[in-house]
Design a protein around this ligand. Structure first.
Ligand code: RIB
Length: 316
C-alpha cells in the first residue's frame, strides 16, 4: 500500500465573476467574465497534493461532503481526473458548499463569500463511523477551517495520537474554538489576515518584517511545531525551531498574474507533498512557493493548481 495523505475539508462550487473594479456599496456593476468551477479549500488542496506528487508513490485521500445537486458531479469528476481518491466524500441532502468569488481584473486579487452547505455535515460522528478507512496508511493529514471546527480539533488530536504528521491551514481564520489544538499542529500555514486574527497582532504590522516575526513567534509559542506565514508577492517567512527560521522570496516572476485565488491552496498542497517526500521545512517552503507562483498565472482556484512537471519546468 502506498503511503497516504488525508485531506479532511470542504468541497465547494465556485461562482466566479471577474470585474474591472470592485462594486461600491449599493452599486450594480456588469462583470467582464463569469464561470462555475469546482473549488473549496479542502478539495483544492487535495488536487494540489495529487497534481504535485509523483502519482504512483502517494495515495491522496479526500474526506468531506457534497450535496445532492448537480454540482457534486463537477467536483467528483475534477478530483478523479487529478488523481484524488474520493471514496470518503459523502453525498448529503441539500446543496453543495458554495463560494461567490470576485476577481479584480487588474491585480488578480479576490474576495470570497462562502456558504458551507454540505460541508457543515462533516461532523466528528461521520468520521468516527469510518475510522478504519479514514486512517489506514495515512502519514500526513491536511486540514483547513471550512468544515466544523470541532471536527478539525478532533482530527488533529487523532492524528497526533496516531503519529500522523499534520499541516493545518486555519482558513478562514477563527478567533475562538481552536484552544487546545496547537500542540497537535505540525506545520501551521497562515496568510497575513489569518495570522492577525489568530494572534491579535494588527494586520498593518505585518507589512513590516518585525510584525511578521512577532506573529510567527506568537503562533509558535502556542505549541505548533512549525509556522509558515505566506505574504503574497513578498514570499513567506517560516520558523521550525528556536533558531531555525528564514525568509523565502518569490521565485517566479510577477508578470502575468491573472488570478491569486488558488495560490494559498496550491502552497499548502505542495508543502504537504514535499514534507511527505522527506524535505526539510526550508526546502518544502521553497518548492511550495514555486508551485504557488505557477498557480497565479492561470484562472480559477482548482483550475490554477499546476501539475508537478509544470512546476519542475520553471527556471529559478
Ligand atoms: O482558497 C480558495 C477557495 O476558497 C475557493 O475555491 C473557494 O471555494 C473558497 O473556499
Amino acid at each position: 500500500m502506498s503511503p497516504a495523505i488525508l485531506i479532511i475539508g470542504s468541497l465547494n462550487t465556485d461562482l466566479v465573476s471577474t470585474t474591472p473594479r470592485l462594486p461600491a456599496l449599493g452599486e450594480t456593476l456588469t462583470s467582464s467574465g463569469f464561470s462555475i468551477a469546482p473549488g473549496g479549500k479542502g478539495a483544492n488542496q487535495a488536487v494540489a497534493c495529487a497534481r504535485l506528487s509523483s502519482r504512483s508513490s502517494l495515495d491522496v485521500r479526500m474526506c468531506g461532503a457534497v450535496g445532492t445537486d448537480a454540482f457534486a458531479a463537477l467536483l467528483a469528476d475534477e478530483l478523479a481526473a487529478s488523481g484524488v481518491d474520493t471514496e470518503l466524500v459523502r453525498a448529503v441532502d441539500g446543496p453543495t458548499g458554495t463560494a461567490v468569488i470576485i476577481v479584480d481584473e487588474a491585480s488578480g486579487e479576490n474576495r470570497i463569500l462562502i456558504h458551507p452547505g454540505a460541508n457543515g455535515a462533516v461532523s466528528v460522528r461521520s468520521l468516527v463511523e469510518r475510522e478504519k478507512a479514514l486512517w489506514d496508511g495515512v502519514e500526513l493529514l491536511v486540514l483547513q477551517l471550512e468544515v466544523p471546527v470541532e471536527t478539525v480539533v478532533w482530527a488533529l488530536m487523532q492524528a497526533s495520537r496516531r503519529g500522523v504528521k499534520t499541516v493545518f491551514n486555519p482558513a478562514p481564520a477563527l478567533a475562538e474554538g481552536l484552544e487546545g489544538c496547537w500542540g497537535n499542529v505540525g506545520w501551521l500555514v497562515v496568510n497575513e489576515t489569518e495570522a492577525a486574527i489568530l494572534t491579535g497582532v494588527e494586520v498593518q504590522e505585518l507589512d513590516k518584517n518585525e510584525g511578521v516575526v512577532k506573529a510567527a513567534d506568537g503562533l509558535k509559542a502556542k505549541g505548533c511545531g512549525a509556522v509558515v506565514v505566506t505574504l503574497g508577492g513578498r514570499g513567506c517567512y517560516w520558523c521550525d525551531g528556536a533558531s531555525n527560521s528564514g525568509w523565502q522570496g518569490v521565485t517566479v516572476k510577477r508578470e502575468g498574474v491573472v488570478d491569486t485565488t488558488g495560490a494559498g491552496d496550491t502552497f499548502v498542497g505542495a508543502l504537504a507533498v514535499a514534507l511527505m517526500e522527506g524535505k526539510t521545512t526550508e526546502e518544502a517552503v521553497k518548492w511550495a512557493g514555486r508551485a504557488a507562483g505557477a498557480a497565479v498565472k492561470k484562472r480559477g482556484a482548482m483550475g490554477g493548481v499546476p501539475w508537478r512537471h509544470e512546476v519542475e519546468a520553471i527556471a529559478v
